[in-house]
Design a protein around this ligand. Structure first.
Ligand SMILES: [Zn+2]
Length: 316
């Protein structure tokens, strides 16, 4: 997608005459050589903004339209969140299971994403990183974050190989990191706080702030990680919360939910044999009057904000 360039008023008629003449010469030259000059590039060049245009085109290819978009992609039983900042920066947290590779690529194409400024694999479980190898293969990637925990699975190996083939390096996901994601949205990592052998409890947990709006994206962090986040003293409150571990009762403890105090929650879940989401967690959310959305019944859920108010759209 191409961003429209704003027009600049020229104060000097002479300058206009010159630019028109140059444009005519360029167009004729282009026609003669059998090519075509794109009008957008021309405008950029004419207004002296071509340098800025070229740079902008390389780093932002989607139009954030001044809003922060957080899209909870329906990947069945698994998780994936696509984030598009008001200035068009892009971040992907997780990418569903192995059989969702093509689906992930088609989602990213649908939202016009060709480059991911940040890619986060919350933890090495297949329902989170399974689709990421193809994403790395096919898209331009900026920073990659994953927690420092090994997994002897083909899925994990395949992702590491894709990363290696591209010559990219993995940065360690851990509590306290501030991630560079443009000027307007603050991205902070709240977990993992401590190192543990438990993959779920090593999940990268990400907090987004834009204006007075806030989101907490929890991966599969369980009660152990929730307790560590509470003890870390981090500000856990968020208006929008991804319910931990697909609504399993090993996450979303009473104390944690009280501190986050979300208005909206999303459960990323599909058909499964684990009993996700559990009635315990659904009741807990209900009791705290949290408005809850689910991928299995509503398809992809998008929660967008202008920095104050939220707009929620569901696929079904
Ligand atoms: Zn999971």
């Amino acid at each position: 997608m191409r961003r429209q360039r704003r027009r600049r008023k020229s104060k000097q008629q002479n300058k206009w005459f010159m630019t028109v003449m140059v444009a005519v010469v360029l167009l004729i030259g282009s026609w003669l050589s059998g090519g075509s000059l794109e009008w957008d590039s021309m405008k950029g060049w004419l207004s002296g903004e071509i340098g800025d245009f070229a740079q902008g085109d390389a780093t932002t290819q989607v139009d954030g339209e001044g809003r922060l978009r957080v899209i909870f992609l329906d990947v069945g039983q698994g998780a994936s969140q696509l984030i598009i900042s008001p200035e068009g920066k892009t971040m992907l947290i997780d990418g569903g299971n192995n059989d969702k590779e093509e689906l992930m690529l088609s989602y990213l194409a649908r939202y016009g994403v060709k480059r991911l400024d940040i890619l986060i694999g919350t933890h090495p479980d297949a329902d989170h990183i399974g689709g990421l190898d193809k994403v790395v293969d096919h898209l331009e990637i900026g920073d990659i974050y994953m927690p420092r925990i090994q997994a002897n699975t083909k899925t994990y190996q395949s992702l590491l190989e894709s990363i290696q083939r591209k010559g990219l390096k993995v940065k360690t996901a851990k509590a306290g990191l501030d991630l560079a994601f443009g000027e307007q949205v603050r991205v902070k990592m709240l977990a993992p706080v401590a190192t543990t052998d438990d993959s779920n409890n090593m999940s990268a947990v990400v907090k987004l702030n834009y204006g007075s709006a806030s989101y907490l994206l929890t991966g599969d962090a369980g009660s152990e990680s929730e307790q560590a986040m509470i003890e870390s003293g981090a500000n856990l409150h968020a208006d929008v919360m991804l319910v931990g571990h697909h609504g399993s009762k090993s996450s979303t403890t009473q104390r944690f939910l009280q501190l986050v105090q979300p208005t909206y929650a999303v459960i990323q879940v599909g058909p499964n044999s684990y009993g996700h989401p559990t009635q315990t967690i659904l009741n807990r959310l209900d009791k705290q009057n949290v408005q809850t959305y689910r991928n299995d019944t509503q398809g992809t859920v998008e929660i967008t904000t202008d920095g104050r108010d939220y707009q929620i759209t569901t696929e079904k």
